[in-house]
Ligand binder design. Structure first.
Ligand code: IVH
Length: 677
């Protein structure tokens, strides 16, 4: 039966609304409510109806997020209202001076500020005309940017349409496009699988993705957007009292606004916010390079006005520079856990990102040649977070005449075994395997590291002594260590020897995911180890896996799968694993736990939020236990949260949970629920 056009229109409206609602829940709220299969089903249905009725396709339909042909170049867009920049501060003194100027300018004692993360991404503006996203542009020089509308439309967190009743006819949202750290890691893992070059950092990955002339490529990269403001508007529909009200307004329009935005009063609170964000920085899902302080009252903002191209009412308080210039004194070669020979730059000490740096990685020989780095050069060093510092580039203008080229050695500098470089690989490897003391030391250090078996006190100096004196050859030997052997080592008192033995003993009780990660299988990082643990549930099943079964694991491709197969094919590795198990290294096999839990209370798929300090479990331990039972731990409380686990000094999450009527648990309650007691 043929439907009337009105009925089709109604069906289309409903499908589009449903799909955009699911996009919002998934990408903005991080709380999906439907399965991927159901989402795909609706999406395909919408595509089918639109194919039958092409005249009813609208620019804001979710099917139109990608669809246009690749561009030849980007058009220029003039910003009606310029996109200005912020004044920067690095020191607390400068922040105090800013606050003083603001107080004096307004003749008040204390100011209310909106404080926000300073996103390390790319500034964009989104222009909505009659509620429809018409133009998306880069900042450019602040007055003219590039038209990247097609690329911005692929970002599912950006609404394609807004209710015109809620906003003025012309409405411009400003914010930052970035790539979440998790998506960046996933993208680089895919590059590894395809043998392509990895991106240096999430910002570069976001910039590279956003500058594609073919929006179909942008669509394959997961980009995120955070709104931090609007182009000033006199319209009465837009809040006119405070900046925080504007952020709230943007939230109600379904724009993503960072959860970390707050309203505070007075200068000490600004500095406290800076310190808090600096401490949280590594844990945030996205990169930030500082925080931004904005006078909250819009009336006060107006009174303060602008100087040159920056507002007097706002300040970016940046984290210490992550790049610095220094001299490269020498290049030495380090041997890693998997035998990889890494050229390491020895530098004239330089202060970067808050610490003094003397070494930086050059990754591999190709990288040294591509960047044309030579001994004696002046170089730019970058240190981002806890990542190993790296050489970004050479300052060619300052190259002296007598620089020396680097040559990758043909033999391992530690054990003398031949170094080989397989076709298609950028890395030379020592073929000495675990006979090479360097590989042995690195694999033991990795095994004992905090995120692996977490053996407290087993650091580089001790491992060097243990391996050099042939007391420990592989991780299994650690569990055979006696007090005497340890206490006889240089600089080792009986008490500290006892502490190490206790830490080794404690590490016996671990999780399957940690154990897999600790083995140090090539290309198997923490995330893959977790995926493998969840998928296989037991070590025997993992050891017996084949290419087909490994490829079933989410995010595991042929390269990673082959590394796993190679690892377990090695008799020596299987023997070490057996000895580890025989010494009592153990964990709860996951499938049992999942079955046990799912039989009674179905933890699988439930969402937990942790807040406050638990009496016995660390946050990491609690998270692991929940994940082992198939649950998920997220950072913030929403209607979709199933349980909030409360410890001492809980934060605002506790109040939010109470308001939303979400089930509360203490540590004992959690353990009972997970059937651990
Ligand atoms: S407000 C009048 N808020 O920082 C200036 N900017 O120099 C309005 N940025 O490239 C900008 N996070 O993209 C503002 N929370 C935030 C921000 C932020 C990052 C970037 C912005 C621009 C630069 C300003």
């Amino acid at each position: 039966m043929k439907q009337t056009i009105e009925a089709v229109q109604q069906q289309l409206d409903q499908l589009r609304q449903q799909i955009e609602q699911f996009n919002y829940q998934y990408y903005v709220l991080d709380a999906p409510t439907v399965s991927d299969a159901e989402y795909d089903r609706l999406f395909r249905k919408l595509q089918r109806v639109e194919q039958d009725y092409p005249q009813l396709v609208t620019p804001d339909s979710p099917t139109q997020r990608v669809g246009a042909a690749p561009l030849k170049s980007f058009a220029q867009v003039a910003h009606n209202i310029p996109m200005l920049s912020l004044n920067n501060a690095f020191e607390e003194d400068e922040v105090m001076a800013f606050n003083r100027r603001v107080c004096e300018g307004l003749e008040v004692q204390e100011i209310e500020y909106s404080v926000e993360p300073k996103f390390d991404g790319l500034a964009v503006s989104l222009r909505y005309e009659k509620g429809i996203l018409k133009t998306g542009a880069t900042r450019g020089d602040g007055y003219t940017g590039e038209d990247i509308t097609l690329n911005l439309r692929t970002i599912k967190a950006i609404p394609l349409s807004l209710s015109i009743e809620a906003i003025p006819e012309l409405f411009e949202v400003r914010g930052e496009v970035l790539m979440l750290k998790a998506d960046f890691n996933r993208l680089n893992q895919q590059c590894l699988e395809k043998g392509e070059k990895a991106f240096a950092n999430p910002r570069n990955a976001a910039a590279g993705s956003l500058r594609q002339l073919d929006s179909a490529i942008t669509a394959t990269r997961r980009l995120m957007f955070f709104a931090y403001g609007i182009a000033p508007s006199e319209d009465s529909k837009v809040p006119r009292d405070s900046h925080s009200a504007i952020l709230q307004f943007l939230k109600t329009l379904h724009f993503p606004v960072a959860r970390e935005c707050e309203v505070v009063k007075g200068c000490p609170a600004l500095l406290a916010y800076y310190r808090k964000m600096a401490a949280q920085r590594e844990q945030l899902p996205y990169d930030i390079d500082g925080v931004v302080y904005k006078v909250n009252s819009l009336v006060q903002q107006d009174r303060l006005g602008f100087v040159a191209r920056a507002p007097r009412f706002a300040l970016a308080h940046k984290f210490p520079a992550q790049e610095a210039i220094t001299r490269l004194l020498d290049i030495s070669v380090q041997v890693g856990r998997t035998g990889a020979l890494t050229p390491v730059a020895r530098l004239e000490p330089v202060f970067v990102g808050g610490v003094t740096v003397t070494n930086a990685t050059l990754h591999n020989a190709d990288e040294v040649h591509r960047k044309d780095v030579r001994i004696g050069d002046t170089v730019i060093v970058r240190r981002a977070g806890d990542v190993i510092p790296e050489i970004v580039s050479v300052v060619l203008a300052q190259r002296p005449n007598n620089t020396q080229l680097f040559v990758m050695p043909q033999y391992c500098p530690v054990c003398g075994a031949k170094a080989v470089r397989t076709d298609g690989e950028a890395i030379s490897r020592c073929t000495g395997g675990l006979f090479c003391p360097a590989q042995r030391k690195q694999s033991i250090l990795h095994f004992a590291s905090r995120r692996a078996m977490d053996i407290d006190g087993l650091g580089e100096k001790l491992v060097n002594q243990l391996v050099d004196n042939a007391i420990v050859r592989n991780p299994a030997d650690l569990y055979q260590l006696g007090l005497l052997a340890l206490a006889n080592l240089e600089r080792m008192a009986e008490k500290s020897a006892g502490n190490i033995l206790a830490a080794i003993e404690k590490s016996k009780h671990t999780t399957f995911a940690r154990f897999i990660y600790a083995l140090g299988i090539r290309n198997v990082g923490e995330a893959t180890a977790k995926d493998l643990a969840r998928h296989f549930g037991s070590l025997d099943r993992l050891i017996e896996s084949d290419m087909d079964s490994l490829l079933q694991v989410p995010e595991v491709g042929p390269v990673v799968a082959q590394s796993i197969l190679d690892f377990f094919a090695e008799a020596h590795n299987r023997e070490v694993i057996e000895r580890l198990r025989a010494s009592g290294v153990s964990w709860e096999e996951q499938t049992d736990t999942i079955n046990k839990a799912s039989k009674n209370n179905d933890i699988s798929g439930k969402t937990f939020v942790l807040t406050g300090k638990l009496p016995n479990l660390t946050r990491e331990e609690a998270k692991e236990k929940i994940e082992m039972c198939g649950g998920k731990v997220t950072g913030s409380v929403s209607k979709k949260t199933d349980y909030v686990v409360i410890g001492d000094d809980p934060g605002s999450k506790y109040e939010k949970a109470v308001n939303l009527g979400i089930a509360l648990l203490d540590e004992t309650g959690l353990k009972k629920l997970l059937q651990l007691i």
